[in-house]
Design a protein around this ligand. Sequence first.
Ligand code: FAD
Length: 433
Amino acid sequence: MKNIIQSLSRRQLIQLAAAGVAAPTAALTLTGCSQSGRKGAPSVIVIGGGFGGSAAAKYLKRYNADLNVTLIEPKKTYVTCPGSNWVIGGIAEMTQITHNYDAAKKNGINVVHEMVTSVDPEKQTVTLSGGEVLNYDKLVMSPGIDFKLDVHEGVDQDTENHLPHAYKAGDQTILLRDQLRAMKDGGTFVMVAPPNPFRCPPGPYERAGMIAHYLKNNKPKSKILILDQKNAFSKQGLFQEGWRNNYGQMIEWVAMQDGGEVKGFDVANKTIDAGYGQVKADVINYIPPQKAGKLAFSVGLTNESGFCPVNQQTFESSIHKNIHVIGDASIASPMPKSGHSATSQAKTTAANIVLELAGQEAISAKNVNTCYSLVTPDYAISVAAVYDFKDGKIAAVQGAGGVSPMGASPEFRKQEAEYTRGWYRSITNEVWG
Ligand SMILES: Cc1cc2nc3c(=O)[nH]c(=O)nc-3n(C[C@H](O)[C@H](O)[C@H](O)COP(=O)(O)OP(=O)(O)OC[C@H]3O[C@@H](n4cnc5c(N)ncnc54)[C@H](O)[C@@H]3O)c2cc1C
């Protein structure tokens, strides 16, 4: 039987990948042997059931219903980081940002709730925590991030239990929220914001607004101090305008060059050794410097940056063939490390894997990113961009996308707050629905 994908035009596939439009599953039926010569349909394993991995599994199956797609994720439910700042600020509940894998199973994906302990890129095998060894023709890895704990003095594996980062949503989100709730009125909440590159460039600054919202309504004498490990941040003018307009002087941001640089912590005494002296805090939200998820290191997929170099057209690793790395773990700059980016990269990757398995040429799909941030529940700002693959790398398309205007009316900001919630509903439905 002729593979129907061969009859799809290059243009149709580009549209499929970029827009994520569902092609009728039956129309993409592929038959044949796996690339490795094993009998049956090709086997694609996806590691990580977050934004990148869940979306990749869904779109692989959608673009080619005959593929054997296995999604490996240890957790039975996934708590999104998007929306977790709202939980910390008291305007959302954990249940509203928790998703499961029922739809993935219904979509014909084999979901395995185990940890991957190793990958053998030569033999093309994945070993699970239970000891089982699975073969793959293509592997997609979206393991997210890990933290560099050797940059600041006084930090070890246990630090997060006292100075929560809340940068992997779940128990950490609850811990930070509860520390904030227990803080006295008049207390100082200190956030140590990470250096570039890190997951969700606007994330720490949205969090500052959400915490200020909580404090303004519950502990108005309190203060938020952000010690930044860089000198500028995403949507900076818009955030600072929003903070001033809504919270007066409650949030103070200190750039690295102005004394924000942190050398170390006295965790027990909640004291920070910063550029401009010792800072005593009531709550410390330490967001450490970041690197690709641990598995990426053990498989040998990272370079000196701590992230994974890839062919930015197909997201295939530049180090190991037949392994594609997407999401926060990959080097996809100028795309930011975001859930939206990871989802877009997942679709591009799924389309290219399906094409490659069918013996077709790779396509250069357009990728997209949008980041909405709440400053208050009724005041939001956003940035959006479209990316092309040009001269061998990802490049922002000039004139596409944009950023919210400075000085916009309260009605405009309120409308953006509605779009923020709409974005959340739509992307989580796309990934886990
Ligand atoms: C506070 C905050 C707010 C944010 N807000 C937004 C936002 O508004 N919009 C937006 O687009 N992005 C936002 N983000 C960023 C977004 O959460 C990440 O960019 C996104 O989660 C990246 O997806 P990923 O698939 O790379 O990693 P993840 O979503 O972290 O998924 C990785 C998965 O891999 C699994 N895994 C790891 N190792 C293994 C292994 N060995 N075996 C099996 N599974 C494994 C993990 O359990 C995890 O489920 C925010 C982030 C934060 C911290």
